[in-house]
Ligand binder design. Sequence first.
Ligand code: PEP
Ligand code: MN
Length: 345
Amino acid sequence: MIVAMQEAATEEQIQSVIERMVELGFNVHRTTGAQQTILAGVGTPAHFDVHEFQVCSGVHEAYRISSPYKLAGRSFRPEGTIVRFANGVSIGGDEVVVMAGPCSVESREQILLSAQQVAASGAKFLRGGAFKPRSSPYSFQGMGLEGLKLLREVGDITGLLVISEVMEISQIELMLPYVDCFQVGARNMQNFNLLRELGYVRKPVLLKRGIAATIEEVLLSAEYILAGGNYDLVLCERGIRTFETYTRNTMDISAIPVLKKLTHLPVVADPSHGVGRRDMVPAMAFASVAAGADGLLMEMHPNPEKAFSDGAQSLFPQQLDKLMDGLRALAPVVGRYIAKPAYAL
Ligand code: PEP
Ligand code: MN
């Protein structure tokens, strides 16, 4: 931490700041310039709040130098993390892994058809919510356990891995036998109790960015999961809320290279929730891969116009196919690849 004192700071004020820094465990290096005194605090005490120093009398400004997240920081694993799943699929390597499927599991017929189309497009994961966080309590809330069983069944039929959202601690146990990856939704990014529990689970987690979360907050949420010992963690940019209303959210493409710089964790992008309209999903998907995304999470529905949730942002099956062809061509430009489909309709 660096504390720059005001030009008019008294020696008493400077000493009081130094005392507090020492008390917290900092090794303090003082530079007394012609105009101003600078205090450099070396070391990273477990508990300290830079804001405490910003409001101390005589202080002009205080900055944090080291990051508040330790396990999520790039320096913890400079080579990057590769999260490995069954079927030899991994996220964080050279392959760009695509996860696709409907917003919600609606019926056996709908999810089976979805899985077949997703597998035929060359995606590796089937997505689908069995527990749905809906803005209105009167909207479809998901099929629950029945939906999970269907996801597993059709995932196994088509050779797809399964990702589905976990909304609360009590669902973890229930979901374990059915999913290959837990999805933590935007609304739960700061459900710290849930994050802590997922840290004790030995199954990968995909953590989505909250609608108003800063990148630092995403990384601090990731830290909760890592602190429990679960290193199989993937982050997901899914758009944030801004003053713009044309799109559902504002897809923060720049968060992808920023996260890749700050953390060793793989980063995937969800352009569906990022823009909320299917006509703009392909452009954002291309942009995400070009920006360095390790994967994509996208909504596709066999009949989007009849979808129980998020139909407007769900791709038609043929659109997903076409997009996958385009992405397969783009990926090598940024040193990545997307494998050809191993499943045919
Ligand atoms: C979803 O993936 O369907 C979903 C609810 O996403 P988010 O948490 O990003 O809104
Ligand atoms: Mn959705």
